[in-house]
Design a protein around this ligand. Structure first.
Ligand code: ADP
Length: 398
């Protein structure tokens, strides 16, 4: 069976059509600038040239219509008819406390998704638009919602409640939710597979280090803590997000710099992190190059980033007592030899011993720890789309 995986942003739509018999991608693409001038579908069927379809798209429904046309096109398409799409898996950012697992989408679920908008006002509305568009164009195809937060619903209360007045949790659902759940789940399962161990019997720390970054403690296959929180702003220093700071800094800078709530939000989410510290870039390739040429603030940004990751690893090792594997994934985790080395350096005291030669790889699956390392260190390219497709297949087969 073929499963279409859809990930809708406010003006973008990413998709993959996956043949679940062999888990191979048969077509994938990206729609950009939905609702704006210059909107385009970039489509590629595996084994064929990429095509650009430039057409006005006033909304996600029009975008999806063009994607479906591309998929069945007789020249550059991948399938003969839409009947060859057995189900659709939608990435949904926030499932609140309602969704601890992926779910078959029906009217009740749509209602619950709408109730979660408050928690993710930027992300959930486009996800919902994507689902609505699919429902309109493929009314008879089953659809499954796969949530970024669901994997973390196993986190115990003592780890998800903030030390704030308890009523704020009851009234507004203010608690740690965590994100990147699909990725943490995928790479932890993959790590167990590579190590030939039962996921239920091992403890893993996963580091999803991309533009957004989070660390997760996984005990017996279940998330027990993660660095992101009520929103993706908590935790590590990221490309442009501050991560943890003293909360008193916020009212202080609002007063000093005369900032509104929106402006301070923008400062913390878009102008901080390694971009804020270095003043040059949020991209680790730029930072590593600049640091190598002696740019002190680029070096400082890298130091801050790596120190934060180290602290979470240390905290999670002590929390779980025993750790079998440490996994690096996402753009930085998969590609930055330098960052992986810098994070692991000095962690020998807790059984993390990286092998410099083995670590010299980019973008592929590998074990990079020394033979003597009590903790296996792995690099695993994430594959959220495949995880979504697997969940979708499992749910519709139920
Ligand atoms: P997201 O999905 O959160 O947008 P990605 O997981 O694609 O992010 O990661 C993007 C980041 O990965 C880039 O900002 C860049 O810093 C980093 N990156 C990609 N390739 C390399 C590389 N070869 N060396 C160092 N960092 C890299």
């Amino acid at each position: 069976m073929n499963i279409l995986v859809i990930n809708c942003g406010s003006s973008s739509l990413k998709y993959q059509l996956i043949n679940m018999n062999n888990e191979e991608v048969i077509a994938k693409g990206l729609v950009e600038r939905i609702g704006m001038e210059g909107s385009v579908v970039k489509h590629r069927t595996t084994g064929k040239e990429e095509v650009l379809i430039e057409e006005p798209m006033k909304d996600h429904k029009k975008a999806l219509e063009l994607v479906l046309n591309a998929l069945v096109d007789s020249n550059y398409g991948a399938i003969k008819s839409m009947d060859e799409i057995g189900a659709v898996g939608h990435r949904v950012v926030h499932g609140g406390e309602k969704f601890a697992n992926s779910v078959l989408i029906d009217d009740e679920v749509m209602e619950a998704l709408n109730e979660c908008i408050d928690l993710a006002p930027l992300h959930n509305p486009p996800n919902i638009m994507g689902i609505e568009a699919c429902k309109a164009l493929m009314p008879n195809t089953p659809m499954v919602g796969v949530f970024d937060t669901a994997f973390h619903q196993t986190i115990p209360m003592a780890n998800y409640i903030y030390p704030l007045p308890y009523e704020l949790y009851e009234k507004y659902g203010i608690r740690k939710y965590g994100f990147h759940g699909t990725s943490h789940k995928y790479v932890s399962l993959k790590a167990a597979e590579i190590l030939n161990k039962d996921i239920e019997k091992i403890n893993v720390i996963t580091c999803h280090l991309g533009n957004g970054a989070s660390v997760c403690a996984i005990q017996g296959g279940k998330s027990v803590d993660t660095s992101m929180g009520f929103t993706p702003l908590e935790g590590l220093a990221m490309g442009t997000r501050s991560g943890n700071i003293d909360p008193a800094i916020i009212p202080f800078i609002m007063e000093k710099e005369n900032l509104t709530v929106d402006e301070v939000n923008e400062l913390l989410n878009k102008k901080s992190g390694v971009l804020g510290i270095s003043g040059i870039s949020s991209d680790f390739r730029d930072l590593e190059e600049a640091a190598a040429e002696g740019h002190e603030r680029a070096q400082l940004a890298l130091d801050v980033f790596c120190n934060r990751v180290k602290k979470y690893i240390g905290a999670y090792v002590t929390m779980m007592c025993h750790v079998d594997a440490l996994v690096f994934t996402a753009g930085i985790g998969e590609n930055s030899v330098f960052v992986r080395k810098k994070i692991c350096d000095g962690l020998e005291c807790i059984g993390i011993e990286i092998d410099e030669e083995l670590n010299d790889i980019r973008g592929k699956e590998a074990i990079v720890s020394k033979d003597t390392s009590p903790v296996a260190i792995l690099v695993i390219p994430t594959n959220e789309e495949l995880m979504i497709a697997r969940d979708t297949l499992e749910i519709i087969n139920k």
